[in-house]
Design a protein around this ligand. Structure first.
Ligand code: IPE
Ligand code: IPE
Ligand code: MG
Length: 241
């Protein structure tokens, strides 16, 4: 075989299927979102045991504003409640929390809670949990390019030096490694605008389980499968390096 048996350092998850999970039970979609939010802790706690240092989860996309007012406001209050309720446990368990996405469109109270949680956990290093909230890959790249152009205009950056190492420094994820493995639950085989730039060489797993049913055991199986994959990065044999 000749390939490294290695855990993914960074796993990113598109947590999809909450609505269908609720519908199957004859309950409103928000019931599914609450069940989905409860799953997050189990997965975060499982990370160190699986050798996963960075976990990034897609909680709300820039496209999710198209949903009904009831669902959007229910999700926003779920996020507020989640942060308030989980903050201490996250801090005490050594989780460093960051948010990516355009937070300026979120309500002020939620923005303040996000800022506080980032500060509260900033000394932690056991697991790096990044929550993508009002996140869209295209939106992120557009915002990055805007700031990059401003730096060129201000004379802080020479446009001749711009290369593929430059743009990532302007992305929301600038301090994070690229994801090694992207998992999407609920059976949809699409990435829905998630980490477009960063996932250029990620391995993908599309699995049928709906997010509220996703547990640590299944997570472990997927991580194990990753270890058996041969990542070539355009080369012929990584073992030959
Ligand atoms: C994912 O579950 C959570 C969010 C997008 C906020 P969905 O709400 O998309 O669930 P389905 O895909 O409709 O089942
Ligand atoms: C992607 O799921 C976004 C999140 C999981 C937050 P969606 O349910 O919004 O994606 P589409 O609409 O099926 O592409
Ligand atoms: Mg969905």
């Amino acid at each position: 075989m000749g390939k490294e048996q290695k855990s993914p350092d960074h796993v990113a998850i598109i947590m999809d299927g909450n609505g269908r999970w609720a519908q199957k039970r004859g309950r409103p979609r928000l019931f599914g979102h609450h069940a989905g939010a409860k799953r997050v802790r189990e997965i975060v706690e499982a990370c160190p045991g699986f050798g996963v240092k960075y976990l990034t989860i897609f909680a709300f996309s820039t496209e999710n504003w198209k949903r009904t007012q009831t669902e959007v406001s229910g999700l926003m209050s779920l996020f507020r409640r989640y942060i308030t309720k989980e903050a201490r446990a996250l801090r005490d368990e050594g989780v460093r929390v960051r948010f990516i996405g355009d937070r300026l469109r979120l309500d002020k109270k939620l923005q303040a809670l996000m800022d506080e949680l980032e500060v509260l956990t900033q000394e932690n290093d056991k697991v790096h949990l990044t929550i993508a909230l009002n996140y869209g890959g295209r939106d992120e790249v557009a915002r990055a390019v805007k700031r990059l152009a401003q730096d060129v205009a201000a004379g802080l950056l020479d446009s001749d030096t711009v290369d593929e190492e430059t743009l990532p420094r302007y992305l929301d994820t600038c301090v994070l490694p690229d994801p090694d493995l992207v998992i999407r639950t609920s059976g949809e085989a699409r990435i829905s605008n998630f980490l477009l730039w960063q996932s250029a060489y990620a391995e993908y797993e599309f699995i049928d389980t709906l997010w509220p049913d996703f547990d640590a055991e299944l997570f472990g199986e997927i991580v194990d499968r990753y270890a058996g994959r041969d990542r070539r990065f355009g080369s012929v044999d990584t073992a030959a390096e």
